[in-house]
Design a protein around this ligand. Structure first.
Ligand SMILES: N[C@@H](CCC(=O)N[C@@H](CS)C(=O)NCC(=O)O)C(=O)O
Length: 335
């Protein structure tokens, strides 16, 4: 095959691939009647299937919020479990409508993968977990350590930076899923396990003896985690962005799943605007924000239930508190 023919062939293959991905995800979601959401293969608190196959978690709640906003029913979600390595291809190829899987917003991912980050639903940072029996108090004591981690993550990159910066060496032991990393850690394949700190808490409860592991004090990176969509579909981008913003605004305004029905006809102008939600500007029905809070809850409710004090993870709000409560969560207004 000469060069021109092969270039033409490649171009047409790319054109076919491009047209197979809908540029109008909303219409596609409406016609099939569900949101296909990419999640993890199993991370308690964030996206995890229970014994009967029901997905739960803070990331799952973002998928549910988008389904409530677009289809009026938070249950109209189908989940695609994805490893770290698989997640971006699944979104680029159109296999999923959105990704909500503890994914860090970085420049490279935002600017070179054809994807857009729609906000931050959890401000995280990378940390380390070791067996208590090691008697280690700081990651700086771990020169030469074997480290369990997951491939295709920012974790891998930060770890390299951190050890180089401190003049230390390490041996990485990589796995494809968090389950496999935990098993490797438990079986003694590594001296420590590294991941986003929220995930360390989530993974620790998967250990046979959670009390036998400690999370070290170091936080070595910024990991703003949030939902991701494809570039080139601004309408869908806005819907995902504003679904998360509605959960955050609801918490700030004191609108909860319990009181939202009683506030439906509120005379308070900001609450009235929230209830209507100006759906036509987003291309969805009015009442979309009401549906999110009624069916999924506000951000604070989702946080407490999934990862906070009402959950086995018992993570405090920290950076994820609202901006007026000492945290970083600050949603633009619905007006
Ligand atoms: N936030 C980091 C790390 C994400 C990540 O995949 N972490 C692993 C380590 S616990 C995980 O969540 N695995 C879940 C799974 O195996 O599906 C990133 O976006 O690269």
């Amino acid at each position: 095959m000469n060069k021109i023919t092969s270039t033409l062939l490649l171009t047409s293959v790319m054109a076919v691939a491009a047209t197979s991905v809908s540029a109008d995800t909303l219409s596609n979601v409406k016609s099939k009647g569900f949101v296909q959401c990419g999640v993890s293969t199993g991370l308690p608190g964030f996206s995890n299937a229970d014994a009967s196959g029901n997905w739960k978690g803070l990331d799952v709640d973002v998928c549910r919020a988008v389904a409530a906003a677009t289809l009026g029913d938070a249950n109209k979600v189908k989940y695609t479990p994805l490893t770290a390595k698989e997640r971006f291809t699944a979104l680029q190829s159109g296999e999923i409508d959105m990704l909500s899987r503890n994914t860090t917003w970085t420049l490279t991912r935002d600017a070179s993968l054809g994807l857009n980050f729609a906000g931050v639903n959890y401000y995280d940072g990378q940390g380390f977990m070791v067996k208590k029996s090691l008697g280690v108090k700081s990651a700086k004591e771990l020169d030469g350590a074997a480290v369990c981690l997951q491939a295709g993550t920012t974790t891998e990159l930060n770890l390299a930076d951190y050890f180089r910066q401190h003049g230390m060496s390490y041996k990485s032991v990589t796995y494809d899923t968090s389950d496999a990393s935990v098993k490797g850690f438990e079986a003694g394949r590594c001296d420590m396990l590294t991941s986003d700190r929220s995930q360390l808490y989530a993974l620790r409860i998967k250990l046979k003896k959670p009390g036998a592991a400690v999370v070290l004090p170091e936080v070595i990176s910024k990991e703003p985690l949030g939902p991701v969509v494809r570039q080139g579909d601004d309408k869908w981008f806005n819907i995902v962005k504003w679904s998360l913003n509605a959960m955050l605004n609801a918490e700030e305004m004191g609108i909860t799943s319990k009181n939202v029905a009683s506030l439906k006809n509120s005379k308070n102008p900001a609450i009235a605007r929230f209830m209507g939600g100006q759906g036509e500007k987003l291309g969805i029905s009015d009442g979309w924000a009401y549906n999110i809070v009624k069916q999924v809850g506000n951000y604070g409710e989702a946080f407490e239930r999934n990862v906070g004090m009402g959950s086995p993870l018992k993570i405090s709000r920290g950076l994820n508190a609202q901006w007026n409560k000492g945290g970083l969560q600050y949603a633009p207004p619905i007006r």
